[in-house]
Ligand binder design. Structure first.
Ligand code: ADP
Ligand code: MG
Length: 272
């Protein structure tokens, strides 16, 4: 069975785009699951109060559940908040509860308000969990939660939906990333752009694909995620599409995307 190559150093990727519905959560959980199912230990941080990533990974996120909210407040450490997902024993998740909805405001008056998540994701804590990848699923805004995610990561993965206005708002995201890089986190860069919800029947999808590749070149993964009913059905069963329908085009394309990400950052390729 194919094993994804492990990175030389642990990789922390923030999945961001302030537009809602572009495939942030879907891409986070399915890429993370693909890595985990192919032997690479991975952690997903659900940073959206909606808790959609927690749901898709079959992780409890009722109010009162230990979550990313307690991590941000410094009331709990990573080991206590990270739980195994149902997607794979190699995949852990820190869930988000609705408590997180208040955090955007509560953080404003806190010390080191932009650094809270970074502090929680200390090298020691991540080493203890023994994870090679961390994916942070952002809410659809550029507020303090997303800033915390950008400070905690060194890579940004931007999902772009192959639709009208695909590039709208991207300038704002990129300039926020620049701001965070110059003031808070010099190692931050956009490492990966993923085209999602591609519909091969429309000319528009190809136009968007070409436009995005023209702008961003090799940062854009070769793999494009097709629009697929299976992908959208899976979360309703608290599953990733890899578990829900492993042979579907959606599942296979997420495995391909994960492999591309892993191979780009590979320290070494493990023997099969
Ligand atoms: P975001 O996290 O950016 O708000 P989601 O990942 O939640 O976006 O996706 C928005 C909606 O689109 C969800 O209902 C999801 O199931 C659906 N969706 C995402 N990717 C696909 C796809 N490739 N094909 C069909 N539906 C998709
Ligand atoms: Mg989401």
């Amino acid at each position: 069975r194919y094993r994804m190559p492990r990175p030389l150093h642990r990789r922390v990727l923030t999945v961001a785009n302030q537009k809602g519905g572009v495939g942030k959560t879907t891409s986070t959980v399915n890429i993370a699951a693909a890595l985990a199912m192919h032997g690479v230990r991975t952690l997903v941080i659900d940073l959206d109060p909606q808790g959609n990533a927690s749901t898709a990974l079959g992780v409890e996120h009722r109010i009162g559940t230990p979550s990313v909210y307690e991590l941000l407040l410094g009331e709990m450490d990573l080991r206590e908040a990270a739980v195994p997902s149902t997607a794979s024993p190699q995949l852990l998740c820190v869930p988000a509860t609705i408590d997180l909805a208040g955090a955007e405001i509560e953080l404003v008056s806190m010390v080191a308000r932009e650094n809270r998540l970074k502090q929680a994701l200390s090298p020691e804590a991540l080493t203890e969990l023994d994870v090679d990848y961390v994916f942070i699923d952002c809410p659809p805004s550029l507020g303090l939660l997303t800033v915390n995610a950008l400070v905690a990561a060194s890579e940004v993965l931007i999902p772009i939906q192959c639709e009208y206005y695909a590039l709208e708002g991207l300038g704002q995201l990129l300039s926020n990333i620049d701001l965070v890089r110059s003031h808070l986190n010099t190692s931050l860069h956009v490492s990966t752009i993923l085209l999602t919800m591609y519909d091969g029947r429309t000319k528009l999808a190809d136009q968007v694909t070409q436009e995005v590749r023209g702008h961003f070149g090799d940062t854009v993964l070769r793999t494009v995620i097709p629009r697929s009913v299976k992908v959208s059905e899976a979360p309703g069963y608290s599953q990733t599409v890899l578990a829900y329908d492993p042979g579907s085009r959606g599942a296979m394309s997420y495995v391909d995307a994960a492999r591309e990400i892993a191979e780009r950052g590979a320290g070494r390729v493990e023997a099969p």
